[in-house]
Ligand binder design. Structure first.
Ligand SMILES: Nc1nc2c(ncn2[C@@H]2O[C@H](COP(=O)(O)OP(=O)(O)OP(=O)(O)O)[C@@H](O)[C@H]2O)c(=O)[nH]1
Ligand SMILES: [Mg+2]
Length: 304
């Protein structure tokens, strides 16, 4: 229903709400091929050993396919496929649904209400999706690999600020310690500028995901972050911001889908635009008229 944007989703979301808010939402992001899926899979294994129920959303913002299109991921996740304590879904969000921001929070709500203790969201770090994952996750994990110049790139892309936790994966390769040093140095610069007044010291975990090495440390770091989020009140602050963003997205989507509606009252985007072009109306007044009309329309529809 989430993927098809079913009209009944509204009803379902309302029914699920009392059961939500329990899962720790962990976003994993990083450049293509850095080892996100491999890490996710071994993380699932480690979390299952602790008896945790785990949800996985693999979000591919560039793929027009949905419903489990990331074949590579599915193969890698195969070992968890028959485990009732694991739910895995590949989602594609560009295309008909338009953006990570729309479908992913809904899917997240479903997994949360289904009793997942932790939900892992994997997404390729391609600019916008990094920012979007941050607004979704309680804990954002940024993965890097040695020899990709990732340390420097991370600093440039503003990733240092969004990461709660760094993973330097492929530590079996040359240059892993160098990458860790670069990161540590750049994080220390951030500290001096007062970036981290909140009291969380961003850990850097070295892993060889392909061999499962370092994963226990990663699990510990994730749990420490969860505890810190609760203690510091930061979790609630982040969730407040997340809810605000979600509500805003819904409002904007509702507005956007209706401003072009030419039925009825004669106030629609093309119509007021025509009057602006003709010099009969200024764009600000046109916007005011349109917002008012759309608000009435939304009210009428939800009242009906
Ligand atoms: N040497 C080495 N290779 C690894 C390690 N972890 C993963 N790989 C390999 O790196 C490749 C990419 O791993 P994935 O887990 O698919 O990476 P990803 O970040 O999910 O990739 P995309 O989803 O395509 O962005 C695979 O061939 C993995 O086997 C590691 O620790 N060491
Ligand atoms: Mg992957």
């Amino acid at each position: 229903m989430v993927e098809d944007a079913s009209p009944r989703l509204r009803e379902v979301a309302a029914a699920l709400t009392p059961f939500t808010g329990r899962a720790q939402v962990v976003g994993l992001t990083g450049s293509p091929g850095v080892g996100k899926s491999t890490s996710t899979s071994v993380l699932v294994g480690a979390l299952r050993k602790q008896g945790k129920r785990v949800g996985v959303l693999a979000v591919d913002p560039s793929s027009p396919f949905s419903g489990g299109a990331l074949l590579g991921d599915r193969v890698r996740m195969q070992e968890h496929a028959t485990d009732n304590g694991v739910f895995i879904r590949s989602m594609a969000t560009r295309g008909h649904l338009g953006g990570l921001s729309w479908a992913t929070p809904q899917a997240l709500r479903v997994l949360d209400a289904a009793g997942c203790d932790i939900v892992l969201i994997e997404t390729v770090g391609v600019g916008q999706s990094e920012i979007e994952i941050v607004s979704l996750a309680d804990t954002t994990v940024v993965l890097l690999a040695p020899g990709m110049g990732d340390g420097i790139q991370a600093a440039k892309a503003g990733i240092l600020e969004v990461a709660d936790l760094f993973v330097v994966n492929k530590a079996d390769r040359d240059g892993a310690d160098q990458t860790v040093r670069e990161l540590r140095y750049m994080l220390s610069l951030g500290d001096r500028k007062g970036h981290d007044e909140s009291g969380w010291k961003t850990p850097i975990v070295k892993t060889v995901a392909a061999r499962g090495e370092g994963v226990d440390e990663l699990v510990v770091a994730l749990d420490e972050h969860r505890q810190w989020l609760e203690r510091s009140g930061e979790r609630d602050r982040r969730r407040q911001a997340r809810a605000e963003a979600e509500i805003e997205a819904i409002i904007l989507a509702q507005m956007r889908s209706r401003i072009g509606d030419v039925r009825g009252s004669g106030t629609s985007l093309p119509q007021v635009a025509k009057r602006v072009v003709a010099g009969e109306l200024d764009p600000y007044s046109a916007a005011d008229d349109l917002v008012e009309t759309v608000a009435h329309r939304i009210n009428d529809e939800s009242g009906a």
